[in-house]
Design a protein around this ligand. Structure first.
Ligand SMILES: Nc1ncnc2c1ncn2[C@@H]1O[C@H](COP(=O)(O)OP(=O)(O)O)[C@@H](O)[C@H]1O
Ligand SMILES: [Mg+2]
Length: 306
């Protein structure tokens, strides 16, 4: 093991009255990585985060932070962006962040420069003295992120960070998360059902299904090569078309010169470039198709995990 573990859950279970929200979760999040927990609504993602920050307790099992069983002091490691950001409507961003900062264990004397910097980072500097009562969902989300970043915590816990954000907001959140990770090696743990967002930034992902952790790994590790080939040719003549019909089970055109084909017989795969060239084809691109995160997620959560 050549990495340090930031978060470790051991046989973690959480039962609500009639619901097994988490079942026997064994998960390690490495220091300095961006880890994403994926799952449908109700899969147990928020419950996992709530246990981490001490908003609820496990029914059995435990969680360790940097090797230490969680306790009330563990909160010093965390910045937390909850699923629904809720801020008293009479406060301004400046007041809210000052108030939040005072709740920290250790409050540096000069908190103002950091608060100002954070407001600039999340794009709220022009609204810092306006009451949050009139804020949009996206602006509240930005203020929630600002609170989460205060004090540069070692671990950022983000519950559905993209919710309520427009495309520009999503890009700026993504850049902030990447910067925190790359510049100061913050560990990022985020929950989401937005697959595209996760695919762009996560080093590793876990998939939760009805309280069970059904897969963990990097996207490369979870990807299966599909039995499909993507080919781009300079042009496609009649002979090539005949060849494609002969060698493929199915094929379809992406445009006039690009095709995706599923070979009739896997032994022919290695021969395809040679056969195309023999028919006068000039190959510009040739690649085996890989699954997208969406395809991985659907395959695993449908139980077709062969
Ligand atoms: N306080 C609670 N009391 C009872 N059931 C709850 C409570 N919180 C969550 N649950 C249930 O636990 C399951 C997991 O919920 P949650 O962790 O919020 O899922 P997710 O964040 O993945 O959408 C759901 O079935 C939900 O209804
Ligand atoms: Mg949730």
């Amino acid at each position: 093991m050549n990495y340090e573990t930031a978060i470790q859950s051991i046989a973690l279970c959480k039962d609500y009255k009639n619901t097994k929200a988490l079942r026997d979760i064994n998960l390690e999040v490495r220091k300095g990585e961006i880890f994403g927990l994926l799952g449908h609504n109700g899969a147990g993602k928020t419950t996992f985060l709530k246990i981490l920050v001490g908003l609820t307790y496990p029914s059995s099992g435990e969680i360790k932070i940097f090797g230490e069983k969680i306790n009330f002091k563990s909160r010093r490691y965390f910045g937390f962006l909850p699923e629904r950001v809720s801020i008293p409507s009479f406060l301004t961003p400046l007041e809210f962040l000052k108030y939040s900062y005072r709740l920290h264990d250790f409050v540096p004397k000069k908190i103002y420069p950091e608060i100002e910097e954070t407001l600039i980072k999340v794009g709220l500097e022009n609204f810092k003295k306006e009451k949050v009562a009139g804020f949009s969902k996206g602006m509240l989300q930005r203020l929630g992120l600002a609170q989460c970043l205060l004090g540069s915590p070692s671990i950022l816990l983000l519950d559905e960070p993209g919710s309520g954000l427009d495309p520009e907001g999503l890009i700026s959140f993504r850049n902030i998360i990447l910067e925190e990770n790359q510049k100061r090696q913050a560990t990022i743990f985020l929950n989401s059902h937005r697959l595209l967002e996760m695919e762009k930034i996560c080093h590793r992902i876990g998939i939760l299904q009805r309280g069970n952790l059904v897969a963990v790994g990097s996207i490369e590790e979870l990807t299966k090569e599909k039995n499909q080939i993507h080919i781009k040719l300079e042009s496609i003549n009649q002979n090539i078309l005949e060849l494609l019909k002969k060698i493929s089970q199915h094929f379809y055109f992406i445009n006039e010169t690009e095709i995706v084909l599923e070979p009739r017989d896997s032994t022919v795969v290695r021969e395809i470039p040679k056969l195309l060239i023999e028919e006068g084809g000039n190959i510009l691109f040739y690649s085996k198709k890989k699954e997208s995160l969406e395809e991985i997620f659907l395959r695993i959560t449908r139980g077709e995990n062969d």
